[in-house]
Design a protein around this ligand. Structure first.
Ligand SMILES: [Zn+2]
Length: 79
């Protein structure tokens, strides 16, 4: 799993962080990766949120489904 480091305008869509959480790299943007949800939405996540979403999941398709559900929920809550 490769994350993009120091990407311009990087922002995790779940935790909303934009800065690298590591103190040595706090001047860099947060490492993120774009995932595609089941409905084809592009979801940008940081490493810790990705780990959170996948720790109880064994199949990729479950992860894509989960991304979809969470995205829809955030949209409804207008976050
Ligand atoms: Zn995050």
């Amino acid at each position: 799993m490769s994350f993009t480091y120091n990407k311009k305008n990087a922002k995790c869509m779940w935790c909303k962080r934009t800065q690298n959480p590591h103190p040595d790299y706090s001047y860099e943007t947060i490492p993120t990766k774009i995932f595609t949800s089941k409905k084809g939405r592009r979801i940008e996540l940081c490493f810790s949120c990705y780990e959170n979403e996948t720790k109880e999941i064994s199949k990729d398709s479950d992860f894509e489904e989960k991304l979809n559900k969470k995205f829809e929920l955030l949209k409804v809550l207008n976050l």
